[in-house]
Write a new protein. Structure first.
Lengths: 154, 46
């Protein structure tokens, strides 16, 4: 199942990566708090203070961070679409349970797709849709393949 | 006239935001890549 979303280069960021690893590992690293808190933040800037992922439509997406000086920054959103091993969509415009959110920061919606590409390969795409005009679009491909690899397109 | 004066500033802010976001995510994806590589090693060892 794949839905092609139209890209608006004024407001969308697109990333594309190859990750040399099996798909299930990629999925786990993306969705399990014990993994997410290890790669989300650069160590010199701070850490993940609280991570909660209820990976189902309407479920909580939460990655609160703490900066080096201890200043906490909340980050709560809502999952919209979950197809295990294939697709993950979340937004900061809604709170869990699809409740409208009030936000100061620029809201984003992320659509993350893992595609199969050849034997044991997967591509993974994510679009970050802001609401400000005049944007820059980025496509980045970093390749590395083995007998069992996963390519990720954000 | 006023709109035209404001717009370039807002566009610059928007551009800056997107540039920053791209940077943040490129770095984040680098870390993600390394982390998944690590998980792969651990899985093959177990």
């Amino acid at each position: 199942m794949s839905t092609q979303l139209a890209i608006n280069p004024d407001v969308d960021l697109v990333f594309e990566r190859f990750v040399d690893a099996p798909r299930h590992l990629v999925w786990e690293a993306l969705t399990k708090p014990e993994h997410v808190r290890k790669w989300w933040m650069p160590r010199q800037w701070g850490s993940v203070a609280h991570c909660e992922m209820d990976v189902r439509p309407g479920g909580i997406f939460r990655i609160d961070i703490a900066l080096a000086d201890g200043q906490p920054i909340p980050n709560v959103g809502c999952f919209l679409e979950v197809i295990p091993m294939e697709r993950l969509t979340w937004t900061s415009m809604l709170l869990p349970g699809y409740r409208p959110a009030v936000f100061d920061d620029v809201p984003i919606t992320a659509v993350l797709t893992l595609d199969a590409e050849g034997a044991g390969h997967a591509t993974f795409s994510r679009h970050c849709t802001g609401t400000r005009p005049t944007a820059r679009r980025t496509r980045c491909r970093v390749g590395s393949r083995g007998p069992r690899s996963c390519s990720i397109r954000w | 006239m006023r709109t035209y004066e404001i717009a370039p500033e807002r566009l610059k802010v928007a551009e800056d935001w997107l540039t920053r976001q791209r940077q943040v995510w490129e770095n984040r994806l680098d870390r993600f890549d390394s982390y998944v590589e690590q998980l792969k090693q651990e899985e093959s060892e177990s």
